[in-house]
Design a protein around this ligand. Structure first.
Ligand SMILES: Cc1cc2nc3c(=O)[nH]c(=O)nc-3n(C[C@H](O)[C@H](O)[C@H](O)COP(=O)(O)OP(=O)(O)OC[C@H]3O[C@@H](n4cnc5c(N)ncnc54)[C@H](O)[C@@H]3O)c2cc1C
Length: 378
C-alpha cells in the first residue's frame, strides 16, 4: 500500500487520512475519475476503522436531527449495491448482511424507555419513518432462541445489519489504488497552505499539491480544519470490545452489543468512555460488557475470550456527522462521523461525487459545523 514519497505531486484531490472515511471517499473520488492522493499516518495512528463493531445500523439514530435518521436509512438502503460494486471491482466480499437487528432489554424499565425513545424519534417533524417493532420475550425468542430468562423484550428493525469492516477497509484501499489513487503512508500532515487556487500539503514524508483537499483524518481533523477556514470540533470517545473464539454460526440477527462475525467469532461491545487519547483496555469495563452479554445470551458463558481491544470513536458534541466546505478556501472539504461503516455507502456514492464536482449540495447544510456556532435555545 505504500508509495514512494515525492515532492510536487499533482492531483485533483488530496484526501487526508486513510481510515474508513478517507478510503471510502478516495474510492468514490477515483470512480468519479479524479486523480487522488491519500496521505495517511503510519502504524502508530489512532484508527477507529480498525477497532469498530461493524454494524450497519439504523434503529435509534437521529433523535434531535431527523435528517440524520434519513441520511442513515439512505446509506443502509444503498449498502447492498455498494458492497456489490466493491466486490465486483476487487473480488473482496465485505460480508454485508441485512438480516434485521435487535436491541435486547433486561428489564421492563429498559424496554419501556426504548419504546418511548423510538416513538419520540419517529414523531419528529420531517422524520423519514422506517419499520421497527417492540417485541416481548416470546417474540424475541422466535428470532433469537438463545436469549436468557432475564431478557424481557427487544426493539427490532429489519433494516439493521452488519459487515466485515476490516475487509471493507482492505477492499477500499485495494479498489482505490486499482483505480489509480496513490496512497502515501507515513505522510502525517503538518500544514496545509492554500496556494494558486489549490493546496500545498506539507507532511512528514514530503510535499503534495492538489486542487482540492478533503479532511478525513478522524480525531486529527480538529487540528487541521482551521488551516483551511473550516472547523471540526471532534473528540475521541473510547469503546472496548470483547472477542470470543470462533464457533459454528448460530446468531443470525446482530444485536446492537453482540454479533457473530462471518468468520465465527462473537463480538461483545462496546463501551462509551471519555478517556482522551488513552486506548487502554480495562478489566472493569470488559467484565461489565461480558456479564451483560451472558445475561442476554447465557450460551456465551461457555466460550473462551481470545481478545479484547479498545479504539477511539470520532465524536462531535451532538453525535451527528460534519460535512462541510470552506467559504474562505474553496475546494477544501471536511468529513467526519462516528458511524463510518454504516454511512460508507453514502460517502462513496453521494459525498464523493459532490466533492468531485466541487461543491456539497445545499441539503447537506444541516451537517455543517456552523450548527455549533449557534447558541442553543432555552
Ligand atoms: C469501539 C467502536 C465501535 C464502533 N462501531 C461502529 C459500528 O458498529 N458501525 C459504524 O458504522 N461505526 C462504528 N464505529 C465508528 C467507525 O469505526 C468510525 O466512524 C470510522 O472508523 C471513522 O473513520 P475515520 O476514517 O473518520 O477515522 P479513523 O479510522 O480514526 O482514521 C483516521 C485516519 O486519519 C489519519 N490521520 C490523522 N491525522 C492525520 C494527519 N495529520 N495526516 C495524515 N493522516 C492523519 C490516521 O492515521 C487514520 O488513519 C465504531 C468505532 C469504535 C471506536
Amino acid at each position: 500500500m505504500n508509495a514512494s514519497p515525492a515532492s510536487r505531486q499533482d492531483f485533483d484531490v488530496a484526501v487526508i487520512g486513510g481510515g474508513l472515511l478517507g478510503a471510502t471517499l478516495a474510492w468514490g473520488l477515483a470512480r468519479a475519475k479524479q486523480r487522488v492522493a491519500v496521505l495517511d499516518e503510519g502504524d502508530v495512528a489512532f484508527r477507529a476503522s480498525r477497532g469498530n463493531f461493524s454494524l450497519v445500523w439504523v434503529q435509534g439514530k437521529g433523535l434531535g436531527m431527523p435528517e440524520y435518521a434519513g441520511w442513515t436509512k439512505r446509506s443502509s438502503d444503498a449498502w447492498q449495491g455498494f458492497a456489490a460494486d466493491v466486490e465486483a471491482q476487487t473480488g473482496i466480499d465485505v460480508g454485508f448482511a441485512r438480516q434485521g437487528g435487535l436491541t435486547l432489554c433486561l428489564s421492563e424499565a429498559e424496554l419501556s424507555a426504548r419504546a418511548d425513545g423510538l416513538k419520540r424519534l419517529h414523531n419528529q417533524p420531517n422524520m423519514v419513518r422506517y419499520p421497527y417493532e417492540i417485541l416481548d420475550h416470546a417474540a424475541t425468542a422466535k428470532l433469537v432462541p438463545e436469549i436468557g430468562p432475564e431478557v424481557v423484550g427487544a426493539s427490532y428493525s429489519p433494516l439493521d445489519g452488519h459487515c466485515n469492516s476490516l475487509r471493507l477497509l482492505r477492499a477500499l484501499h485495494t479498489g482505490m489504488q486499482q483505480l489509480g489513487a496513490r496512497y502515501f503512508a507515513n505522510h502525517m500532515v503538518d500544514t496545509i497552505a492554500p496556494s494558486g487556487g489549490g493546496f500545498r500539503i506539507l507532511s512528514a514524508g514530503g510535499e503534495v499539491r492538489a486542487g482540492k483537499i478533503v479532511l478525513a483524518a478522524g480525531v486529527g481533523n480538529a487540528r487541521l480544519a482551521p488551516m483551511v477556514g473550516l472547523s471540526a470540533p471532534v473528540r475521541p470517545q473510547r469503546g472496548q470490545i470483547v472477542v470470543t473464539e470462533r464457533v459454528a454460526p448460530f446468531l443470525r440477527h446482530p444485536i446492537v452489543t453482540i454479533r457473530q462475525t462471518d468468520e465465527g467469532s462473537i463480538l461483545m461491545g462496546d463501551s462509551s468512555e471519555e478517556a482522551g487519547l488513552d486506548t487502554g483496555v480495562g478489566l472493569g469495563v470488559v467484565s461489565t460488557i461480558a456479564s451483560r452479554a451472558v445475561r442476554m445470551l447465557p450460551v456465551l458463558a461457555g466460550l473462551n475470550v481470545v481478545r479484547t481491544w479498545a479504539a477511539l470513536r470520532v465524536m462531535t458534541a451532538d453525535g451527528f456527522p460534519i460535512y462541510d466546505q470552506s467559504a474562505s478556501c474553496p475546494g477544501a472539504f471536511v468529513a467526519t462521523c462516528h458511524s463510518g461503516v454504516t454511512l460508507a455507502a453514502n460517502h462513496a456514492g453521494t459525498i464523493a461525487p459532490m466533492i468531485a464536482a466541487g461543491a456539497l449540495d445545499p441539503d447537506l447544510a444541516v451537517f455543517s459545523a456552523r450548527r455549533f456556532d449557534v447558541p442553543q435555545a432555552g
